[in-house]
Write a protein that binds this ligand. Structure first.
Ligand code: FES
Length: 96
C-alpha cells in the first residue's frame, strides 16, 4: 500500500529525517527521537521549551550559518540544519 503523501526528508547533521507537510523542524526531530539540539545561547541544553518562538531555546543553524528557531522553521525537502556552531567541514570530510 502506498503512503498518501510521498516521503519527504530534510537533513539533521547530515542524517535524513522524514517529515510531514507543514511540520516544523523541531516537531520532526522530536518525532524522530531527537530532543536535544545542541547548546542554547545561554549555555543550556537546546531543546523545545515554549514551542512558539519566544524563548530561543531551540535554535539551530542553517547551511548558510544563520541561526533560527527550530520550532518556527518549516521543514522542506533537502533542508540542511545542524547544532549551533557545528563545524560543517566535519560533514564534508565524512562524506568524501
Ligand atoms: S522552543 Fe522557544 S523559541 Fe523555539
Amino acid at each position: 500500500m502506498q503512503p498518501k503523501t510521498p516521503l519527504r526528508r530534510f537533513f539533521w547533521i547530515g542524517e535524513p529525517i522524514p517529515y510531514l507537510p507543514g511540520q516544523t523542524v523541531a516537531a520532526a526531530l522530536n518525532e524522530a527521537g531527537i530532543f536535544e539540539f545542541g547548546q542554547s545561547q545561554t549555555g543550556m541544553r537546546a531543546a523545545v521549551f515554549c514551542g512558539i518562538g519566544q524563548c530561543q531555546n531551540c535554535m539551530v543553524q542553517l547551511e548558510n550559518g544563520a541561526e533560527t528557531e527550530s520550532c518556527l522553521l518549516l521543514c522542506s525537502d533537502g533542508l540542511r540544519v545542524q547544532k549551533r556552531g557545528f563545524d560543517t567541514s566535519r560533514l564534508e570530510q565524512e562524506h568524501v
